[in-house]
Design a binder for this molecule. Sequence first.
Ligand SMILES: *Cc1c(COP(=O)(O)O)cnc(C)c1O
Length: 401
Amino acid sequence: MTDANAQPLYDTYARADLRFERGEGMWLITESGDRYLDFAAGIAVNSLGHAHPHLVEALKSQAEKLWHVSNIYEIPGQKRLGQRLVDNTFADKAFFTNSGAEALECAIKTARRYHYVNGNPERFRIITFEGAFHGRTLATIAAGGQLKYLEGFGPKVEGFDQVPFGDEKALKAAIGPETAAILIEPIQGEGGVRPVPDEELRALRKLCDEHGLLLILDEVQTGVGRTGKLFAHEWSGITPDIVAVAKGIGGGFPLGVCLATAEAAKGMTAGVHGTTYGGNPLAMAVGNAVLDIVLEEGFLDHVRQIALFMKQGLASISDRYPEAISEVRGRGLLIGLKCAVPNTTMVQALRDEHLLTVGAGDNVIRLLPPLVATEADAREALTRIEAAAERLSVTARLKSA
Ligand SMILES: *Cc1c(COP(=O)(O)O)cnc(C)c1O
């Protein structure tokens, strides 16, 4: 069927009118040769920028050997990546997926099975927080609890109890005999770069211990060096039970992983869970190559250094142009700018400066540059942000005059 207005894709995305043809490090280049500085990084995915030579080499050489075999067989690259994640985190066990939502699904199933094999099948409910985002599957939209994602998709998947962000009283009141776990993002990404204070994460850990609950962290956006630690929860010193990871770990290849302690994962025995593609040789070659670089001595120091430079520059811009940017927040290179104009206006104004950013809730825009950004890249971004902020401020001042 064809009609004049038809296009072949679902109309689920309101896409910007930009067609990129290739990427080089921090830059995206359109079909017509226009260059954009990429501080969106495919929403925190291209952690090492575009066409990183080490990733290209890893993908090419694996592509010539073996793409896929199924988890019916041993996959050495999967064991290697799992072992490296175990060696460098709280975890004892890893389950590989193709996306963040699938890593969350595995996390939710792991928590429910834990209580099931402990003889408490009634403990399946998970407490989540307003403003959360955990993905778009039926279970993860229930976990995220946002009406705009739930509407029209039938009954909400049972077993998620949502409490206001930062409301300790409501949280305690929500814990009941059926509660299995608490699920939280260390920094809400889609929700508007809203960090959970370190002491609050420690309080959550304590609360979980007191009530026999598992603490599940969604580090899909905050993980793999984004905040200047390998995982954001490391800043607080806590040990989670289960962590969902994706985005940055694949550097652009679809890859996710659910990490867990041996105790938390004890119910995930042979046959209870699986995936066709998860952890296939191609994905594992790229994931291992990403870790080669992120685990290099000094890499996370570099992230922290660039983040500090960005934060200082942004604070100065916000001081001078409060009519455009009212607050700078976040951690590491997960930076939120609370806008004094509509955030969509700000994203467009920056796009006009050929700087790519991403919108978020709470009228925030996110800066999520590749972690390999240099000080020169950061300075370039700041110049463009300042130009946009100045332009928007002049308009705002004229309007109010
Ligand atoms: C992006 C994201 C997800 C979902 O990941 P998909 O790969 O889109 O399924 C889940 N949680 C958080 C915090 C995210 O940022």
